[in-house]
Design a protein around this ligand. Structure first.
Ligand code: PLP
Length: 391
């Protein structure tokens, strides 16, 4: 094996990606995340972030982070189970558990790591995992890990509880895990959580819920999708939420019963074998959690902007998916047409990303419009006017 053989494989694959027009590029923001993003010295109106409550640029959270860094230092120094679990981490866990109404929570540095800890820890050899086909990539990777450990992994058609029930009924294993996004990240629609919970009860299965896009946005005081559906906290539900979207900082949590959380703490490899997040991040998140809890006005503004956008886009040639969340997908269809539309908006100072296969199914390339509580009525009107002009 020489260097050129190794590298020629990479260059061929990169050329293949380029030929398909699928090369990804990062844009450098010259400003903090907010409704306006400065890119190449231009001020762009930002419909591309997951900062649903406008907290990612919040000065009070930034101050809590700065104060936390001065008081607790810049780093945690170790994993949680060795010596990296500091008072701000312990406090944050308690606050999150109380907020979402579960006995206990664990925090992780990212949602990706949180998901890798849950399903593969609950399901190994001889167990079965049932996953929605449109689940987030991190849940798919978690599923692959469970599969590598010998679990039987099955994917059910999106939100199809009838198909799921057939799979559950046909499975002979006593340890079953149902895994779903609560709000699907590319469609903005909700999982039928009450029906999934009923199935979990009937077939004695764990229900793992990824509430990355519901936490902070939906439910009473932003408690998330379970609260939205009035579902009780239950020892067989593990609720994961991310803290880098509506919460505006970074990280994630998993909440559950005392025993389930203790089990993850003892066995979750992506919890155990990674350095704890800097304590200042936990300090920032405690402040963010207060702002979420007290953020009914932010959520009311977000819902008003969503209504304005949906009304304004009715009658345009593109199909707006039925979404009651901050993710508003406008289906364009062909890949090139979606990219063209996104580019035309960009030229008008509007940043709305085009999402193409394989991230979404073939022929459903779309604009993924992310609305935030930070957007004004005039911001939404500008986007509507631009899309009308381009229609
Ligand atoms: C963003 C996201 C994640 C990953 O969370 P990070 O904190 O960004 O790693 C997991 N699940 C869903 C549904 C997401 O949208």
């Amino acid at each position: 094996m020489n260097k050129s053989t190794l590298e020629s494989r990479l260059s061929a694959e990169l050329a293949g990606i380029a030929d398909l027009g699928l090369t990804r590029r990062r844009r450098v923001l010259e400003s903090p995340c907010g409704r306006i993003a400065t890119v190449d010295s231009r001020e762009m109106l930002n419909f591309a972030s997951n900062d649903y409550l406008g907290l990612a640029g919040n000065p009070e959270i930034a101050q809590a982070m700065a104060d936390g860094a001065i008081k607790w230092g810049p780093g945690s120094g170790a994993s949680h189970l060795v010596s990296g679990h500091l008072t701000p981490h312990a406090t944050l866990e308690d606050e999150i558990a109380a907020f979402v109404g579960y006995p206990r929570a664990l925090t992780f540095s990212t949602g990706y790591l949180a998901n890798l800890s849950v399903t593969p820890t609950l399901a190994g050899r001889g167990d079965a995992v049932f996953a929605d086909k449109l689940n987030h990539a991190s849940l798919i990777d978690a599923m692959q890990l469970a599969k590598a450990q010998g679990a039987d992994v099955q994917r059910y058609p999106h939100n199809d509880v009838v198909a799921l029930e057939k799979m559950l009924a046909a499975s002979s294993t006593s340890n079953k895990v149902i895994v779903t996004d609560a709000v699907f990240s590319m469609d903005g629609d909700l999982a039928p959580l009450p029906a999934l919970f009923a199935l979990a009860e009937r077939y004695d299965a764990w229900l793992v819920i990824d509430d990355a896009h519901g936490f902070g946005v939906l439910g009473e005081h932003g408690r998330g999708s379970l609260s939205h559906f009035n579902l009780p906290s239950h020892p067989h539900i593990l609720l994961m939420g991310t803290l880098g979207k509506a919460a505006g900082v970074g990280g994630a949590f998993v909440a559950g019963s005392d025993m389930a959380i203790e089990y993850l703490l003892q066995r979750g490899r992506s919890y155990i074998f990674t350095t704890a997040a800097p304590p200042a991040v936990a300090c920032a998140l405690s402040r963010s959690l207060q702002l979420i809890r007290d953020g009914d006005a932010l959520r009311a503004n977000l819902m008003a902007r969503l209504g304005q956008l949906r009304d304004g886009l009715a009658g345009l040639p593109w199909r707006l998916l039925p979404s009651a969340t901050a993710i508003q997908p406008l289906i364009v269809g062909a890949n090139a047409a979606a990219v063209q539309l996104s580019t035309a908006l960009w030229e008008r100072g509007l940043w709305v990303p085009a999402i193409r296969p394989p991230t979404v199914p073939k022929d459903t390339a779309r604009l993924r419009i992310s609305v935030s509580a930070a957007h004004t009525e005039a911001d939404i009107a500008r986007l509507i006017d631009a899309l009308k002009e381009l229609a």
